[in-house]
Ligand binder design. Structure first.
Ligand SMILES: [Zn+2]
Length: 253
């Protein structure tokens, strides 16, 4: 008897896990998408704190406008994405492993989901995606570590500079990570950072091919020659191409 109950409970857990995973992999874009942002003072600098204290949801409005505009090319009804600026958190998410192997990454993703579950409060509501924004002062941190987001669990850890002149580029990074949470894949070479041809190019059929003037969001950079690239200044220089649109389910898969 106990054995049957135990098997039944395990089976139920398995069904719930599978149903959640299916939901996370099949976003219904006809419904509004809510993105909750939690800022974190990651370097404990007073300047970083001042920046966080002055943040408002308007600082992120380019991101949802961009997604709505880009989705119009692929859908009859543009997507509606709502960004909410949530509580500042004191505890930072676990650090993303640098050059981690499969096991490191798997352990990290479990730790990260555990962190997200522990940080969640009822007042946060039920957002579609939660992004933890780790802010650093530009004067003490010169290079930001790798950001990342999980499709299953819909959480992301995003490293950003705490400077208002960086807000436009921060929105590019944030939107890039946000689309990872919906299944978009990177479209640049991990060793060189160069956009991959043709998938990582905004205009792969342009003649002459270089310099490109726009970036594909999941390549993150504009290829100005076969070997060189620059970071776009703002989302106006960025597009979502057909492949990315299909990966996130804006078009029929
Ligand atoms: Zn990426």
């Amino acid at each position: 008897m106990w054995k049957i109950i135990r098997v039944a409970v395990l089976l139920m857990i398995l069904i719930v896990v599978a149903a959640n995973a299916w939901r996370d992999k099949n976003q219904d874009w006809s419904k509004p998408v809510i993105v909750l942002l939690h800022p974190i003072n990651s370097d404990h600098q007073a300047s970083t704190q001042k920046y966080i204290d002055e943040l408002s949801v308007d600082d992120f409005s380019d991101a949802n406008k961009f997604l709505m505009e880009q989705s119009k090319q692929y859908r009859d009804q543009p997507v509606s994405v709502y960004i909410q600026l949530g509580r500042e958190l004191l505890k930072a998410p676990p650090k993303v492993p640098e050059n981690g192997n499969f096991l490191d990454n798997m352990l990290w993703s479990l730790k990260f989901k555990w962190y997200a579950w522990r940080q969640h409060e009822r007042a946060d509501g039920s957002p579609t995606v939660t992004l933890y924004l780790n802010y650093y002062d530009m004067n003490t941190t010169t290079v930001l570590k790798h950001s990342t987001a999980l499709e299953i669990g819909k959480v992301g850890s995003v490293n950003l500079f705490a400077a208002s002149e960086q807000d436009d580029q921060n929105n590019i990074i944030l939107t890039h990570e946000l689309l990872h949470a919906f299944g978009a894949k990177d479209k640049y070479d991990y060793l060189t950072g160069q956009p991959r041809y043709p998938l990582g190019y905004a205009n792969p059929n342009q003649k002459p091919l270089y310099p490109q003037t726009q970036a594909e969001l999941m390549a993150g950079h504009i290829a100005i020659s076969a070997m060189e690239n620059v970071m776009p200044n703002y989302l106006g220089q960025v597009i979502v191409n057909q492949t990315t649109a299909s990966e996130i389910g804006w078009t029929k898969r």
